[in-house]
Design a protein around this ligand. Structure first.
Ligand code: C2E
Ligand code: CA
Ligand code: CA
Ligand code: CA
Length: 279
């Protein structure tokens, strides 16, 4: 039994070593991903709840790695955050999204809103306001058509620093959204201290709200609280018509989810938009 135990320990160790090497390799590959043009943006449509009409898109990163294949952000964003690469990558996302959506707008003769995810590390970077400003100017975008999504936990840490950083970018006229709202512990008092325009209810509540009264209660409470503070609400992760009618009845302002569309590669967007049977 003793020998067996030692063997298991040995296997465990070499598996950990292999995982560490794989992560190190991935970090190195990721550091070249930008210059190798391996990063790409997908766009998930956002709809206003009441009409309903297409209002814009959330830009979502994908990595076509020559060595690792198609990599989802849940795998590489944490590495990019650890290494600090997220600052350069995030800068690219802002410029690329403004450029691509600007192109689409000219092509189709209509305007869209763009939602962009910001990592905490990016939010605290000194150059961020300048990067956003330049991306707006170079593409002649109205600042109010850009929404920066920040995860809820930013409300709970380094509150003063984060507050100041959010104010700096909001002063440019861009909108601020709190992402994944409801899974942390932020209360009404937290959210009212931040200059926030939108809240996105985390998709775990949306996926449960049709079957679980407690989740429905949370959704209701978030919407009531947000609206009483003058904050708009997006339901993300809406997949079924049941979920859609619940969040619409509960007076959500915007809808995002597989019910309408998965994230779409930029090159497919014109076709996807034309396929919408909009009035
Ligand atoms: P997120 O910001 O919460 O984005 C929503 C995620 O939910 C996306 O996953 C989207 O594809 C997925 N989703 C949308 N609708 C549905 C639905 O109806 N059902 C289900 N099950 N999922 C849905 P994705 O694209 O894998 O992105 C994961 C996370 O990676 C994002 O979560 C965001 O935190 C991060 N991320 C993506 N792009 C960027 C970026 O450019 N910068 C930063 N900092 N983070 C990013
Ligand atoms: Ca988001
Ligand atoms: Ca989210
Ligand atoms: Ca998330």
């Amino acid at each position: 039994a003793k020998a067996n135990g030692r063997n298991r320990f040995h296997v465990f160790n070499s598996e950990m070593a292999a995982a560490t090497i794989a992560r190190k390799r991935m970090k190195e590959d990721l550091s070249r991903a930008l210059e190798e043009h391996e990063l790409e943006l997908y766009y998930q449509p956002l709809f206003s709840a009441q009409e309903p009409t297409l209002t814009g898109f959330e830009a979502l990163l994908r990595w076509r790695s020559k060595s690792a294949g198609f990599v989802m952000p849940s795998e590489f964003i944490p590495l990019a955050e650890e290494t600090g690469l997220i600052v350069a990558i995030g800068e690219w996302v802002i410029r690329e999204a403004c450029r691509q959506v600007g192109h689409l707008e000219r092509q189709l003769g209509r305007e869209f809103e763009i939602s962009i995810n910001l990592s905490p590390r990016q939010l605290l970077h000194d150059k961020l306001p300048q990067v956003i400003q330049e991306a707006l100017e170079e593409n002649c975008r109205r600042p109010s058509s850009l929404k920066m999504e920040i995860t809820e936990n930013i409300l709970m840490t380094d509150s003063k620093l984060n507050q100041a950083a959010i104010l700096r970018i909001r002063d440019l006229g861009v909108r601020i959204a709190i992402d994944d709202f409801g899974i942390g512990f932020s209360s009404l008092s937290y959210i009212s201290r931040f200059p926030v325009d939108w809240i996105k209810i985390d998709k775990s509540f949306i996926s449960d709200c049709a079957n679980d009264p407690a989740s429905l209660a949370v959704v209701r409470a978030i919407i009531a609280m947000a609206h009483s503070l003058g904050i708009h609400v997006t339901a993300e992760g809406v997949e079924t018509s049941d979920q859609l009618s619940i969040v619409t009845n509960e007076d959500c302002d915007a809808i995002q989810g597989y019910y309408y569309s998965r994230p779409v590669p930029f090159s497919d967007l014109p076709r996807w938009i034309k396929s919408l049977a909009e009035p």
